[in-house]
Design a protein around this ligand. Structure first.
Ligand SMILES: [Zn+2]
Ligand SMILES: [Zn+2]
Ligand SMILES: [Zn+2]
Length: 748
């Protein structure tokens, strides 16, 4: 019996070889009809014997292309007298609904093999790609995903490419960025005409020059990582004194010479996302000490575009590959802008003429306890949707102030922007506003609800104010957003105890929160415990100067120790802090766990001033990693309306031990103490509320040593432990949590 069905498929089904796959499948089963791309879905009309249609549908799910992700299939039988004689791919059409966009994909093995084949017409072609790899999000100007809606539209396909593009048997059938030497983009060194630019690039790197190289989602600044002078001067020119630089290495062999790599890390390094993976240093060998000062990890990635591979042909050494920007400004994506902005940093510019529609930084991840932790979610991951276990109205969540991302969601999907950066920077703010507009346009989601952080001084709060006339605007407390971010990320629908240990966020009582314990679920959340508030004098200045945090605490609680601990500090500095603490002026009270790490780091003289966010806690962790100390310090739990965790006894013991013990052991004992606090509080709450799930969310949990000590302890006590998986635990993840206020009848 002949039947005809109309089939609609939603998910990542565009730009991943889905239509050619369906075409080949239908042909192999002698079925007829058509397939087309629509907004956010593909539509299929299939006609033929019922048995075969059944097999078609089975295979469609079982054998779908590796990069596709089917979210939903709808099938409907239709009555028609129309007889199709063949199966074809027909023109795309627009329709209502929302879109899915594939992230960019690293060059695949097939393309790499072709590129290395001297007999292939794309031998050493820097822009080789196919249906399974290459640029996506970064070249898409609009949807449906067709070449004339990408930045490839200016390149007219040559006859040979056109042939491959239209041949269902080809690996490049309907590969939108298809190109070759005759018809595609070109790469050049600014101001130079050279036949072998890669040889020239190798020579410049060898000479210690700093190169601005246009990549997939923006410019990189590159130099020879083994050249001290070059790395040092890159630091000076980029105004980045000590924040670690990322490296690109030729292959796994090269990486293993410098770093320890376990099986999970290797898999992620080689994955189609190709993120920067933080790897423990085995031996720095010839790599410059300026690459990652005071750090035990290197951020390393493998080449992910064809031309990255070609660069290593003439320069087989580790490369510094850091974002092309000054300090923390947005990554630069356009040739002219790069030349203007980076003229005082780069000696040489490598340009290409495939425009970048959307900028995207490299992603940064690490593996701990065999689990992937994303520190920066960008290239390769964004804008893959995050499926959530609740339904929301069209909602835009504006994110936090640092490490900003925003999220746009509808129904049970959330599209999180790639990492945007620090909104205090005015260029970043304009990129933020521009990317929000682009997301609304591309994903066809008109927000009805706008969610921002409770902080009255955040720029995103200002931004939200402007929209009050047009839509519902809601605010959510920062650490509650961390809580919901974890629940949505891990699809946790029942009760959980959640530790939101973080830097700082504006609290509902006007104090600065950051060491919070919540219990709740997707319906309600309750703050149940927190670190006891302590005063910090000096306002925002103290955040950059952890010494002031320590000085404030000691002045307040151990006044007789001030002279002892801070003999090197000018008397007027001590006097000012003393006066502010006494008069309770220019002081904020905080429960921030991140600030406690800062304080301990300063008390141990590990770091008194920082030049990048998180530096003092990172260096404290690095010291602790060298100790085998297993003990912990005392702490006090005050039970009241809310449980308060008082670290007075901890600090008291640190002050005492610093006189006789080495700082590494004290640093380690402090980490153990925070782990013990987590376990202790979890046990109290399990007893009282009968909850066995424990969640960890917030910037403090980027600390790998803490994860390594706390998680096994919790598991030993029988707890089920949850950390983030798809979004960062730091403020890059909070926009996902904020989206909860888009829920119908949503909680506060
Ligand atoms: Zn490929
Ligand atoms: Zn061509
Ligand atoms: Zn936070």
């Amino acid at each position: 019996m002949e039947k005809t069905y109309k089939i609609k498929i939603w998910g990542i089904v565009q730009g991943v070889g889905f239509r050619p796959f369906v075409y080949r499948l239908a042909k192999s089963l002698n079925l007829r009809g058509w397939i087309l791309n629509s907004t956010g879905s593909v539509h299929i009309l299939i006609q033929g014997e019922e048995e075969k249609i059944k097999k078609f549908l089975d295979d469609l799910i079982k054998e779908a292309p590796p990069l596709s992700k089917i979210e939903k299939i709808e099938k409907e039988e239709i009555n028609t007298t129309e007889k199709f004689i063949d199966f074809s791919i027909i023109e795309s059409k627009e329709s209502a609904g929302f879109n899915f966009i594939s992230p960019d994909i690293a060059i695949c093995d097939d393309c790499l093999k072709e590129m290395r084949d001297p007999k292939d017409r794309r031998f050493n072609y820097p822009f080789i790609n196919c249906t399974n790899c290459g640029p996506r999000y970064t070249i898409i100007e609009d949807l449906p995903y067709d070449r004339d809606k990408t930045t490839m539209k200016i390149f007219k396909m040559c006859e040979k490419c056109k042939e491959e593009y239209s041949n269902p048997e080809s690996r490049r059938f309907h590969a939108q960025p298809i190109s070759c030497y005759d018809c595609g983009p070109t790469l050049w060194i600014d101001g130079e005409k050279d036949s072998n630019i890669f040889e020239k690039i190798g020579k410049y790197l060898e000479e210690g020059k700093i190169l601005a190289i246009k990549g997939l989602g923006g410019f990189h600044l590159a130099c020879d990582a083994t050249n001290n002078k070059a790395v040092k001067s890159l630091r000076e020119r980029k105004k980045r004194p000590s924040k670690p630089f990322a490296l690109m290495m030729k292959d796994m062999d090269m990486i293993k010479r410098y770093c320890y790599v376990n099986e999970d890390e290797e898999k992620i390094l080689l994955s189609k996302e190709r993120p920067i993976v933080l790897l423990k240093i085995k031996d720095l060998r010839d790599i410059s000490k300026y690459t990652a000062p005071n750090n035990k990890y290197l951020g390393v990635m493998l080449p992910y575009t064809p031309y990255h591979h070609l660069i290593f042909d003439y320069f087989p050494k580790p490369l510094i590959m850091t974002s092309g920007n000054i300090s923390d400004e947005p990554i630069i994506k356009d040739n002219d802008h790069a030349k203007e902005k980076l003229k005082n940093i780069a000696d040489v510019f490598i340009f290409h003429n495939r425009n970048i529609a959307h900028r995207v930084d490299d992603s940064v991840v690490f593996v701990e306890n065999k689990e992937l932790n994303i520190i920066r979610r960008a290239r390769g991951y964004a804008p893959d949707p995050i499926k959530i276990p609740i339904k929301i109205k069209p909602t835009l969540a504006l994110g936090g102030e640092l490490k900003n991302t925003f999220s746009l969601g509808k129904d049970n999907y959330v599209f999180m922007s790639p990492h945007i950066g620090d909104l205090k920077d005015k260029d970043t703010l304009s990129v933020y506003e521009e990317t929000i507009q682009e997301f609304i346009r591309l994903f066809r989601i008109e927000p009805e609800i706008l969610v921002h952080d409770l902080h009255p001084q955040y720029l995103s709060t200002d931004f939200a104010e402007k929209f009050k006339k047009y839509m519902v605007v809601k605010a959510i407390q920062h650490h509650k957003a961390h809580f919901f971010s974890l629940l949505l990320d891990r699809k946790i629908t029942d009760n959980i105890i959640c530790f939101s240990f973080d830097g700082t966020g504006y609290g509902e009582d006007g104090n600065i929160w950051g060491g919070e314990v919540f219990i709740g679920n997707l319906e309600e959340v309750k703050r149940i415990a927190h670190f006891k508030y302590f005063p910090i004098a000096g306002g925002d200045y103290a955040i950059e100067n952890p010494r002031l945090i320590a000085l404030s605490y000691i002045t307040k609680y151990f006044p007789s120790e001030v002279e002892n601990i801070f003999p090197h500090v000018a008397p007027f500095e001590k006097e000012i802090i003393k006066r502010l603490i006494e008069k309770n002026e220019n002081i904020f009270y905080t429960s921030s766990c991140g600030r406690i790490f800062d304080m301990v780091s300063a008390l141990l003289k590990i770091r008194e001033h920082i030049d990048y966010e998180g530096q003092s806690a990172i260096e404290l962790e690095m010291h602790a990693m060298e100790s085998k100390e297993e003990g912990h310090f005392p702490f006090k739990i005050i039970e009241g309306e809310k449980i308060e965790i008082d670290i007075y006894p901890t600090i008291e013991r640190i002050l005492e031990e610093r006189k006789r013990k080495n700082v590494k052991d004290i640093a380690k004992k402090f980490h153990n103490t925070i782990s013990q606090i987590i376990v202790f509080i979890s046990e109290i709450l399990r007893e009282e509320y009968k909850i066995n799930k424990v969640g960890l969310s917030g910037g403090v949990f980027q600390n790998r040593l803490l994860l390594k000590t706390a998680i096994p302890l919790l598991r030993d006590k029988g707890f089920e432990v949850f950390t983030h998986k798809n979004v960062p635990t730091n403020d890059g993840g909070i926009s996902l949590g904020q989206i909860i206020l888009g829920k119908e009848n949503s909680i506060k």
